[in-house]
Design a protein around this ligand. Structure first.
Ligand code: GTP
Ligand code: SPV
Ligand code: MN
Length: 607
């Protein structure tokens, strides 16, 4: 079959783009090609089709208008880090933390998989832009996918459609776009009925950094299939950022307003399922302080003319962890999703056509769990997968900051690194300077979560919360962080802090209440920046004195607070061999500055 035989809805005058679409169609042999416009009619067409095939169940219009429930295959619930590759030309450029294969070898394998893989399906072409269309250099992408679920989700998560394509066409050969190819890898034989969640046991999530292209096969799950998100905005963008002197990071962006109406912008990197969305939408408990949201997962940061680091959120929606989200932990997320226009995946479906998950208020007497089985509060199984997600438009968030729409972004005053550690890491530690902060980021550790397949709860190094997302050699990435600091005016750089909301007591209970109460830590951070708050100097950095942290009204004993803030030299000495082992992976690629930081830490600990 030649591509001219294939029915085409829409099209483009952009020759390069048209040629790529034709080439992919020839390889994948879809029944038809549809260019995604972003219109309301298209939303209806796509979601109707998803309801018809059983992928979507429409939720009760009176409770969650224009919203849908989906349950994936139990084999396709999270990012697959062991199937994710950085196929740089030179293996060394993928570094010791990424899977690598020779790009030509990988393409041969994947061409074999892609051959005829869209048979019986529609191939959708989604023009999108990460960040603003009005940016000086708009960051275009075009995703080809055979999944309506991906089309619906991409429309929520990224600015998509005709407006974007028009601009790409206007720019012609000057338009820089990332071609991103996705297939669920489930062709349909003639007359074969589709399943609710088509996918393939064989999965590949592949980035070709030099070519700035993405090939994904076999999965329909968010981070594996919505290619504008982790694949482009972190893996490919981190390579662009290295080459061009900026930063593409796994960070939320929030606006903090003090009682005196001073405005501060904070970016924070925590590994997957470690609290970014919750902090981004924080409802402060400290009187007089206000938070507004700019982003909950990804920050692109570039230096402004004034020498400060400015952050934008390239995304257009939230793809948030459902379990644990409720009116107490994240009232702003609840308000956002309750407005509708959302997709819920792998949560429970209630009898009145609503969704429920562990941690949400008012458990239903009866529901259908994410595997399609009857569920009651007495069931032994979880109703929802621990990595179940809501996908909802960012513009529905009541506390979205106006600056979200500013292509210049916002000047960052503080960068937070944080992870999930039961022990050792205090509630908050201030770095002495950018280099020390880079060391904290580079040695960040966290317990693994359900956001990726594999064992949960295992402590691993997750540098800058970017372990699964650095598109090149992590040693070079550390050097890039060092260089960013070296080239900047130190007085204008963000201050860096290391936080841990997840420290536990001997009974295994969290020492710190977390969520809204994290506003107390944000307050301390700002007061440090303003030179107002006290701190103790410890071997690992500056930690609050118990008096300097505003804990008024908090139900916490002095001993608990001390335990949350404690720096135990013996525990930290035990970290040293692990950090040394981690750094040894990088050999010559480890910046000497980080070795110097480690030597300094050892000396201060007497290790
Ligand atoms: P990704 O979307 O995977 O990148 O995750 P994220 O970093 O945005 O994590 P999110 O805010 O969705 O939180 C993940 C889980 O951690 C949820 O179940 C939250 O309820 C829980 N969590 C978030 N903040 C806190 C906190 O301050 N304390 C405690 N104990 N749990 C928290
Ligand atoms: C994460 O895993 O960090 C997420 C969800 O934000 S995903 O988009 O699947 O990567
Ligand atoms: Mn994330």
């Amino acid at each position: 079959m030649t591509t001219t035989d294939i029915e085409m809805i829409g099209g483009t005058t952009h020759k390069g783009l048209a040629a790529w679409v034709a080439e992919v169609a020839e390889m994948t042999t879809p029944d038809r090609i549809q260019w995604v416009t972003g219109s309301d009619e298209e939303w209806k067409q796509i979601t109707d089709k998803l309801v018809e095939t059983g992928t979507f169940t429409r939720l009760n219009e009176d409770i969650k208008p224009n919203s849908f429930y989906a349950a994936s295959s139990p084999q396709d619930v999270a990012r697959v880090e062991d199937r994710t590759y950085i196929c740089s030309v030179d293996e060394k450029d993928a570094g010791p933390t990424n899977n690598w294969m020779d790009p030509n070898e990988m393409k041969d394998i994947m061409r074999g998989l892609y051959k005829g893989c869209m048979k019986g399906r529609t191939m959708y072409v989604i023009p999108f832009v990460m960040g603003h269309l009005e940016a000086e250099h708009p960051m275009f992408g075009v995703e080809i996918t055979d999944s309506e679920y991906v089309v619906a989700s991409m429309r929520v998560m990224a600015r998509c459609g005709t407006k974007i394509l028009d601009r790409i066409e206007e720019l012609g050969d000057d338009a820089r776009y990332v071609p991103a190819l996705h297939s669920v890898g489930a062709p349909l034989a003639d007359g074969e009925k589709d399943v609710a969640w088509p996918c393939n046991d064989e999965k590949y999530i592949v980035q070709f950094p030099e070519e700035r292209t993405i090939w994904s096969f076999g999965s329909g799950y968010g981070g594996n299939a919505l290619l504008g998100k982790k694949c482009y905005s972190l893996r490919i963008a981190s390579v662009m950022a290295r080459d061009e002197g900026w930063l593409a990071e796994h960070m939320l962006i929030l606006k903090l307003i003090s009682p005196e109406n001073q405005v501060y912008y904070i970016a924070a990197a925590f590994p997957s399922a470690c609290g970014k969305t919750n902090l981004a939408m924080l409802k402060p408990t400290v009187p007089g302080w206000k938070v507004e949201t700019l982003g909950d997962d990804i920050a692109w940061m570039r230096f402004g003319k004034d020498g400060r680091l400015y952050a934008v959120n390239p995304e257009f929606g939230f793809f948030g962890v459902a379990p644990g989200t409720n009116e107490h932990t994240n009232p702003n997320a609840m308000k956002t999703i309750n407005k509708g226009n959302s997709v819920f995946t792998n949560v429970a479906l209630t009898e009145d056509g609503d969704v429920w998950w562990e941690g949400l208020e008012n458990p239903p007497a009866k529901a259908t769990d994410w595997k399609g089985n009857p569920w009651t509060p007495d069931s032994d199984e979880l109703s929802s997968h621990p990595n179940s997600r809501y996908c909802t438009p960012i513009e529905q968030c009541d506390i979205l900051a106006d600056e979200y729409n500013d292509p210049q972004g916002v000047p960052i005053s503080a960068i937070l690194f944080g992870g999930r550690r039961k022990t050792t890491v205090p509630l908050v530690t201030e770095a002495r300077d950018w280099l020390h902060g880079t060391f904290m980021g580079a040695t960040l550790s966290s317990e693994t979560t359900a956001a990726a397949t594999g064992q949960v709860g295992v402590v691993r190094r997750d540098p800058m919360a970017m372990l699964p997302f650095i598109g090149y050699n992590a040693g070079d990435y550390f050097q890039h962080w060092v260089n960013v600091g070296k080239d900047a005016d130190a007085s204008k750089l963000p201050a860096i802090f290391y936080v841990n909301w997840f420290r536990r007591d001997d009974n295994g209970d969290f020492l710190w209440p977390g969520f809204s109460e994290n506003s107390r830590v944000l307050k301390w951070i700002i007061e440090r920046i303003e030179g107002k708050a006290a701190a103790v100097e410890t071997p690992i950095g500056h930690v609050p004195t118990p008096e300097s942290l505003d804990v008024e009204g908090l139900d916490m004993t002095d001993a608990e607070l001390e335990a949350a803030l404690a720096v135990d030299v013996e525990e930290w000495k035990a970290e040293i061999p692990q950090i040394e082992e981690w750094f040894a992976k990088f050999g010559d690629q480890l910046p000497v500055q980080l070795q110097v930081e480690l030597d300094g830490l050892k000396e201060r600990l007497g290790a």
